[in-house]
Design a binder for this molecule. Structure first.
Ligand code: ADP
Ligand code: ZN
Length: 517
């Protein structure tokens, strides 16, 4: 019997949905999640922002004796939820560091005497032995962990304080544990389940279809400012977010755009808290139209009429990309995501991760693979909507017809041969090379003859391919995992053969590469 056929449980859930929340029917996969929890199962739910994750734990908490424990990292959002619940007559409370002892005492009393349906808690609060001890003796009926991707070091927003949540299952062994997030790929999902010790969880994944979003990736040719400002002209004063890779970059770009007459402001973690708050308020109220930000601008920001998200620099994983571009068009009206990239961006992302390792961080190979997978999509020919859905494990469905790849379907060229030329040159040169040197080698450009100009691959691509295309193909070889970036002498970026199986596949023509020309 499928979980959905458990009619009695869902009848009660439906009754609460109508009576308490005033909604007609469950949305998306809410019913599936709720059924699983009511059947006593642990659940990992990956549902879109605005998709109604809260009801997935609120309704079961109301149906089961005792109260539901909700762990959420954002105190402001917790307050909103608690207020909204109280307004609907639900007995909800939150426990946080701003409360005094009397207030806390009242909440504990309510929890003990059955006067509580939902208790919201920050991850830091749960780390306190006092709080854990109290809770272990109270009738907790489920534990829901919101923004659960924060527990995974492979996720796009790892928070060390979330690691304490690993104890949740041991603290409350007999109640369902729920992990909820809007964005997690299969690696992150497995990591969340392992870190939380979820017991054979039901995984519900949906919502990677955003038909009102048109997605575009643009290979940057000139200065970023010029291309971005041309793009903004077409937006005609609509609200949007521009993501930059560095704090400095946000300030420079916001200043330059302001000088060109756009209403732009910068946001990053290095700004004083009150400046950040003022700018956030101005953006939310529509006074500042364009927010030029680092990834510090993100979680919990819910502005429905963001018409565009631009990546001035590309992110380094599909999760981060989707999380960020997903902030556009929450109102369901047409919105666009434009991501700029330049040759060597993947190499730069990988070098940054290596640097982190050299500074003592844990092995970043999972992160590096995520970067390669993301750039393989960016540089690849597939419909963007299908690629996103496939990446997150959702049925791909039809092509969107609106993304850059759908619109340029006719201009695709097989560049496998160009890749074979580059790779055989790298092989024959018998050691890593700088990208530029390698491209010059196959084009036969050299100042002076030496042993490399006598190798068969010298000038092999001359007259067939130009330098920009060869550089692009080199990036594709890196995204496919055939080559990898290394730092020569700790600073000089060079490329080296990485995977001999992939190399063989490329030479045999089993691994094919395609590019827009
Ligand atoms: P999420 O946490 O997934 O981002 P929320 O739980 O905050 O989303 O829900 C987003 C909005 O959708 C809320 O205003 C919520 O009340 C509303 N909502 C949730 N479920 C339903 C439903 N079944 N029918 C109508 N509205 C719903
Ligand atoms: Zn498409």
């Amino acid at each position: 019997m499928s979980l959905l056929e458990r009619a009695p449980d869902l009848a009660a859930a439906n009754e609460i949905l109508h009576r308490v929340f005033g909604y007609e029917q469950f949305r998306g996969k809410q019913a599936e999640v709720i059924s699983a929890v009511l059947a006593g199962r642990d659940v990992l739910a990956v549902l879109p922002t605005g998709g109604g994750k809260s009801l997935c734990y609120q309704i079961p908490a109301l149906l089961r004796p005792g109260f539901g424990l909700v762990i959420s990292p954002l105190i402001a959002l917790m307050s909103d939820q608690v207020n909204a619940l109280v307004a609907r007559g639900v007995k909800a409370a939150k426990l946080d560091s701003t409360q005094d002892l009397t207030q806390r005492g009242d909440i504990w009393d309510a929890a003990r005497t059955g006067e509580l349906d939902l208790l919201y808690l920050s991850p830091e609060a749960l780390a306190s032995p006092f709080v854990r001890d109290k809770l272990s003796r109270l009738p907790v009926n489920l534990v829901a962990i919101d923004e659960a991707h924060c527990i995974s070091q492979w996720g796009h927003d790892f928070r060390p304080e979330y690691r304490a949540l690993g104890q949740v299952k041991a603290l409350f062994p007999d109640v369902p544990a729920m992990a909820l997030t809007a964005t997690a790929d299969h690696v992150t999902r497995a990591d969340i389940c392992a870190a939380l010790h979820l017991d054979n969880p039901v995984e519900v994944v949906a919502g990677f279809d955003r038909p009102n979003l048109s997605l575009r990736f643009v290979r940057r040719k000139g200065a970023a400012l010029k291309e971005i400002s041309a793009l903004l002209q077409r937006q005609k004063g609509a609200s949007g977010i521009i993501y930059c890779g560095s704090r400095d970059g946000t300030e420079k770009l916001a200043r330059a755009l302001s000088l060109e007459g756009f209403s732009a402001t910068a946001y990053h973690a290095g700004l004083p808290a009150n400046t950040r708050e003022d700018r956030l308020k101005a953006f939310m109220a529509g006074k500042a139209k364009i927010m030029v930000a680092t990834i510090a601008f993100g979680m919990g920001i819910n502005k429905a009429d963001v018409r565009f998200v631009v990546h001035a620099d590309p992110p380094s994983s599909m999760e981060a990309y989707w999380q960020e571009v997903g902030r556009a068009g929450r109102d369901g009206l047409p919105a666009s995501g434009v991501c700029f990239y330049a040759p060597g961006d993947l190499g730069w992302a990988v070098r940054r991760l290596t640097l982190r390792e050299n500074e003592g961080a844990a092995d970043q190979s999972v992160q590096k693979q995520k970067a390669r997978d993301f750039f393989a999509t960016v540089l690849g020919p597939d419909c963007r909507r299908q690629a996103v859905k496939r990446y997150f494990g959702e049925e791909a469905g039809g092509a969107c017809g609106t993304c850059d790849n759908c619109l340029s379907r006719g201009r695709l060229t097989d560049v496998t041969e160009a890749a074979q030329m580059l790779m055989s040159a790298l092989y024959r040169l018998n050691g890593p090379r700088g990208r530029k040197k390698l491209v010059e080698h196959v084009l036969g450009k050299s100042d002076k003859p030496d042993y490399t100009t006598r190798i068969k691959t010298y000038g092999i691509a001359k007259g067939h391919y130009d330098a920009p295309l060869l550089t692009h193909v080199l990036d594709q070889c890196e995204a496919a995992g055939v080559i990898a970036e290394e730092l020569y002498d700790g600073k000089m970026p060079i490329v080296a053969l990485r995977d001999s199986d992939l190399l063989k596949q490329l030479f045999k023509g089993d691994l094919k590469l395609t590019a827009k020309i």
